[in-house]
Design a protein around this ligand. Structure first.
Ligand code: AMP
Ligand code: MG
Length: 301
């Protein structure tokens, strides 16, 4: 299913004003898939996920050996869209030493004493590694935009907090990401696109299944009441920050199996575009290896 020809469907075209309603939330809204039937598509998605997981493990090792690039993967979504599950399933084959996950919550007092990008900068992946942001610097133009009172806590210099203020933040984000990309950090951004209906279903599941209770928080329901404001904030943020150097992908999130396969495939395709290779030893290094081999072989037993 999800080879290259499908992937462009999920890309938010840089410079274009995007409308979330134009992007699928469920597998059967993805162009061309419905006639194949759910069973077939689901089976193929499982194959794509499996293959991508294997390829990702191998690509991560190359990324590490090559030591020129790092990969930053940003996950943003409404509650219960499957960020945690996607991270768990897609990254499960990767060497834990080569991968770091950071989950961002409400900022601490120390974090509020710095500019909004500071805490994200501190968490960036080193060369050779994959870094995952479970929520990210985008919260500062999403939850903070939906709840402007959160801005008060940021202790900014006086000024209007209108359109220009938010445009300046998008601009800062674009400049930040451009800086990263220019210096070898590849930036990949996923918005897991969940329908309001499916969120209701997942919340109800969390409320009725004792093993899922821990996942529910009353705050989640409070945020749901702001659904439309969030969708608008997402549309504006994605439209302003999907760039050639750091594009957004809007991934259907109503079917977890589809989300995972698409995300895994997109990560692998992105890494494949980098020309990663194992370092070639220099003639001096080869000579030293040969000398070491000879010394070991000549050791008396
Ligand atoms: P969860 O990811 O479900 O554990 O929830 C984390 C909460 O922290 C969410 O409600 C986010 O909206 C909130 N959060 C994350 N980043 C920020 C931020 N920069 N400012 C305010 N709230 C944030
Ligand atoms: Mg939550």
């Amino acid at each position: 299913m999800i080879r290259r020809k499908f992937l462009h469907l999920f890309r938010a075209e840089p410079g274009k004003k995007i409308r979330l309603a134009d992007y699928p939330t469920a597998w059967d809204q993805i162009e061309g898939l419905k006639p194949l039937g759910k069973r077939v598509v689901r089976e193929r998605a499982a194959e794509v996920l499996e293959r991508s997981r294997r390829e990702l493990a191998e690509m991560q090792e190359r990324l590490y050996a090559d030591d020129r690039y790092s990969l930053l993967i940003v996950f943003q979504a409404m509650d219960a869209a499957g960020k945690d599950g996607t991270i768990k399933h897609v990254m499960s084959g990767v060497n834990p030493q080569g991968c770091q996950v950071f989950s961002f919550k409400e900022p601490s007092a120390e974090e509020l004493d710095h500019t909004f990008l500071w805490r994200y900068m501190k968490a960036l992946p080193e060369r050779g590694r994959i870094g995952i942001f479970n929520r990210s610097h985008y919260e500062d133009v999403l939850v903070v935009k939906v709840h402007p009172e959160l801005l008060e806590a940021q202790k900014l210099p006086p000024g209007k907090r209108g359109k220009k203020f938010w445009e300046a933040r998008y601009e800062d984000i674009n400049a930040f990401e451009r800086h990263l990309v220019r210096n070898g950090t590849v930036v990949l951004k996923f918005f897991l696109h969940l329908s309001k209906k499916e969120q209701k279903k997942r919340f109800l599941e969390r409320l009725t299944r004792p093993d899922k209770h821990w996942k529910f928080s009353a705050a989640d329901l409070a945020e749901r009441r702001h659904w439309d404001a969030y969708m608008k904030a997402y549309e504006q943020a994605i439209s302003a920050t999907s760039t050639e150097w750091a594009p957004w992908y809007i991934v259907p999130a109503d079917n977890k199996w589809a989300t995972r396969a698409i995300v895994a495939d997109l990560i692998v395709q992105t890494l494949k575009k980098l020309d990663l290779h194992y370092p070639e030893p220099t003639p001096e290094q080869l000579a030293a290896l040969e000398a070491a081999r000879r010394e070991l072989e000549d050791e008396p037993d």
